[in-house]
Design a binder for this molecule. Sequence first.
Ligand SMILES: [Zn+2]
Ligand SMILES: [Zn+2]
Length: 535
Amino acid sequence: MFADLLPGLPFLIALYPEIHYRFRFFPFSRYYRQAPEIIADAPRRLEPGESLPLLFLIKCAHRFPLQLKAIEIIARAHDRVVRREISIHEVVQQPFWHRIERLELPDEAPAIWEVEVFWQVEIGGRGYRLRTDNLPGLSHGPLRVKQSGQALPRAEGWQLGDLHTHTIYTEDQVEFGAPLEAYPALGVAQGFSFAFAADHSYDLDDLPGSWMKCDPNLTRFHRRAKQIEYLNDQNRGRFTLLPGFELSVGNAKRRNVHLLLIGQRDFIPGSGDSAERWSRNQPEMSVSEVLRRCEDETLTVAAHPMVDPPLLEKLLLRRGSWEDDLAMGIPPNPPLIKGKNMELFGLQVWNGGQTRDFRAGIERWVGGLLKGKRWKIIAGSDAHGNFNRYRQVGFAMLKLTEKGDHVFGQAWTGVEAVKDSSEQEIISALRKNRSFISDGPCADLEIMERPGGWQVQVRAQSGSEFGGLARIVVYQGIPGEDQERLLIQDEKQGIFNWETIIPLETAEGYLRMEATTSYGNLCLTNPIFFNDRER
Ligand SMILES: [Zn+2]
Ligand SMILES: [Zn+2]
């Protein structure tokens, strides 16, 4: 069936603008609507004491103008009902309209709030009352927000953030992210203090208003940088958006893979898998060329390294995975360049859920550590604008996104001792300080030299939202050995805080730990090395 469709597909994909492209050859026109896209969104959970931020979006109103009269919100938990009506009366006719409003919710913890949003709009002279969103074929069901009454587990002085998320600057034929302002507002409410704006290199160099044409002046890239700077100023000490982007680059087989450049200021082109030019899907640069070219402070991270792209993306977009490159070590024979770090900083093994590629990524990472690599693991959601649930307009066959259910804050990275929370400080802490990846609990270890010998202090913490601690494992890895040594393997029963000190026989290699809760939530720490040479 694929073979029959292939000849027509490049044309179709290249011209598919969200729900507003009508397919000529296939009966997909049921997705076409004479209306803009209208969407309400909310965070999935709320930190104690936070009001609920709600995000309202209207897209493509320049083609389908509407009159927005009012938005009505009804939130229910247990037998409590909270209502708010926002009177707007505005003609919306710009390409992208958004608004963030707050709803004060009483403390009903533990509770799941069901939040109904009703849009009162007039399109083409007719009035409509839309529930949640107008995306065809979806549930329009209420948004669900967890109020657990507890903060996300973290030790004092640690900060948590989503290190792979797409903003409105990821805008192409099939999808679009959320406005930058949504990330501080919805991020803080759910317990995060940073996020990496991982927009695609091939979207950032497009001419404003186009998905195809390149802009030699990089207007969108520079506009995004300014907006990020402005928002970080506004939210200083509360929330930081890390600049940089998700670069398309050639792996060892010259197939397109994604490389996160966290903190990178200068643009580097990468459009092999952009679907913008079907005549050319070859990568512009190799991984080592990029490592040589990017700024010294930039964290270079293999994005979703073990995800195997769907067949169609392999065929049409020449997409590949990092598997072979990582097995060989990146780059295979690092050229010696004085003062330039040519090693990959890390692997973003966690990309949304606890999927099979996540497990494979951990295995590949440990394999690298045992070969003497100092890769760090990081986690992010790869959410393309989805906060409360995964809503993707389109069809499985034509969707050019990555697999999994990618919702903002589904998996996060925790990092120790970030004081003023500036971009530079978070990036440098990610490089130097202790860190972990998690979708619930937190954990950390500390090596101590005592008169009697070496010891390690081990700590883990969970909360009722994620279940008690169920299993704790501490590994010691010694480069050159085939396997990690098991230092502690402990089954727990429902305790939320755990701490112990264990003596060590050998002060060699590295230590790392994993903590699992009774609900299956997981934390993996990055390794700490006995001999911590400068990176
Ligand atoms: Zn990607
Ligand atoms: Zn991505």
